[in-house]
Design a protein around this ligand. Structure first.
Ligand code: G6P
Length: 301
């Protein structure tokens, strides 16, 4: 049972877009709800154009869904939604202009629903972000940023960045885990820069079992990162495309206490494995968009 889907499925339907796809509203957040026999159950927030929950159709009845998300009662309009797969763009972290939001403005801006389709096996949802006065005040570029979600037995998330600019970006996946310390990452590759100490490490085996605050920039990751979860009895695989780095993050107990959108001990239930373009920024040119994608897949142990 996915907590977000269970909350959103009972909201009044504002628009039935296709048999499996509806538009609804949670407080002041416009949201989309997917409920499809083969593609599973998913929820999206149009603020941020982001997936906030996904549970494949074949999941065990007690499976809580692949993604962790903060309780929607703690979401605040205009503040990034912590959970699911936030789309960090056009900069990663605090590298934007002074006073600008962390991880860019894509997370805090409303996206337009620009396409959807479904058949017996899949649901596709496409959202688009275009410049506005607010984005131009932060970043002068003209751009079209498109995100496409393809839900089948896997969940493919692709962004296409059109225009003439460079940008750093991340698909900041919050993988739900049973308990911090009992979820094991693999496929991280042989080297990383520690985001806390800035130290470089090399010749590693690409595995990690975070137990507290972790922030790592894996700079030569394998194509697939796996999260093996002993408590939930499953492996979540993230197949990255067009990435240069994978960022691993959990705030740990102390930082988590200062976060308004984290209930006590909630940090123990996610690990972020972020498909990123930090070391090698996205380049968008006329006729050649920048691309970044991740495909999520869950298998039982
Ligand atoms: O709190 P947020 O702005 O969503 O950022 C959450 C985290 O994202 C990434 O993992 C960064 O590497 C961290 O430095 C940051 O704390």
């Amino acid at each position: 049972m996915d907590q977000i889907f269970e909350k959103f499925r009972t909201l009044p339907v504002e628009e039935q877009l296709s048999p499996a796809l509806t538009r609804r509203r949670y407080a002041d957040f416009p949201v989309l709800v997917v409920d499809h026999p083969r593609a599973g159950q998913a929820c999206l927030s149009l603020q941020g154009g982001q997936l906030v929950s996904w549970r494949p159709a074949g999941a065990r009845p007690d499976d809580p869904g692949v993604l962790w998300s903060a309780d929607p009662d703690l979401w605040r309009r205009g503040t990034a939604v912590r959970g699911g797969v936030p789309l960090c763009w056009p900069w990663f972290g605090p590298s934007g202009p002074a006073g600008s939001p962390s991880h860019g403005f894509a997370r805090t801006t409303d996206w337009e629903l620009t396409g959807w389709e479904e058949d017996a096996d899949r649901v596709v949802v496409e959202c688009t972000l275009r410049p506005s006065e607010a984005t131009r005040a932060l970043w002068p570029e003209e751009f079209v940023l498109v995100v496409r979600y393809t839900l089948t037995d896997s969940c493919l998330i692709e962004i296409e960045d059109r225009g003439d600019h460079t940008a750093t970006a991340a698909l900041h996946t919050y993988v739900r885990i049973g308990d911090l310390g009992r979820a094991h990452l693999a496929g991280l590759g042989p080297e990383h820069t520690d985001g806390i100490t800035r130290r470089r490490y090399e010749d590693e085996d690409g595995t990690l079992t975070p137990v507290d605050h972790v922030e790592r920039f894996q700079t030569a990751p394998a194509p697939v990162t796996t999260v093996r979860d002993e408590v939930l009895g499953r492996i979540v695989a993230l197949a990255h495309h067009d990435h240069s780095d994978v960022v691993v993050w959990n705030p740990g107990a102390e930082l988590a206490r200062g976060m308004a959108d984290l209930a006590p001990q909630e940090h123990r239930h996610f690990l972020c494995a972020e498909t990123a373009r930090v070391g090698r920024p996205l380049v968008a040119e006329e006729g050649r968009p920048g691309r970044l994608a991740v495909e999520l897949r869950m298998t039982e142990l």
